[in-house]
Design a protein around this ligand. Structure first.
Ligand code: FES
Length: 157
């Protein structure tokens, strides 16, 4: 198995290990570190994480497929996660999603050819009071309209 994670990842795991009661408890921070480093978590990376924190590989797969914040395939430089859950839906999320798709020329679940943008339709982002909401990488954009979205996209382009 070719090593994909950096020495920095392994050093950080060693630093965190004493803070967690079990190896399995270290899994979520390990997944975050890996995703921050590589942008997504491949099957090989899952196996490497399992070996790094000494847990069985199927446990990594069970956990990672339960949570939606981990990318199981490569994403573009800007990952637009468009919430279409109930509060956002009531505030125009479908229209906003269609607008993003049209503007970027891709459908939800796809990445632009230049690898710059990925759109993903997601469940509630926990910002229902300021719906509709889109998360772009680690930032939240709230109270969105198609006009606001245009401004955000043109700043990112
Ligand atoms: S429904 Fe969209 S943030 Fe909660």
């Amino acid at each position: 198995m070719k090593k994909q994670l950096s020495d920095k990842f392994y050093k950080e795991i060693d630093r965190l290990r004493p803070r967690y009661p079990t190896n399995q408890a270290l899994l979520l921070p390990a997944l975050h570190l890996a995703q921050d480093e590589l942008g997504w978590v491949s099957g090989d990376t899952m196996d490497e994480i399992a070996a790094a924190i000494d847990i069985p590989p199927p446990v990594v797969r069970e956990v990672i497929t339960f949570y939606t914040m981990y990318n199981l395939k490569p994403v573009g430089n800007y990952h637009l996660q468009v919430c279409t859950n109930i509060s956002c839906a009531l505030m125009g999320a479908e229209k906003l999603l269609e607008h993003c798709e049209k503007k970027l020329g891709i459908q939800a679940g796809e990445t632009t050819r230049d690898n710059k943008f990925t759109i993903t339709e997601v469940e509630c982002l926990g910002a229902c009071g300021t719906a509709p909401c889109v998360q772009i990488n680690k930032d939240y954009y709230e109270d969105l309209t198609t006009e606001k979205m245009d401004r955000i996209l043109s700043e990112l382009k």
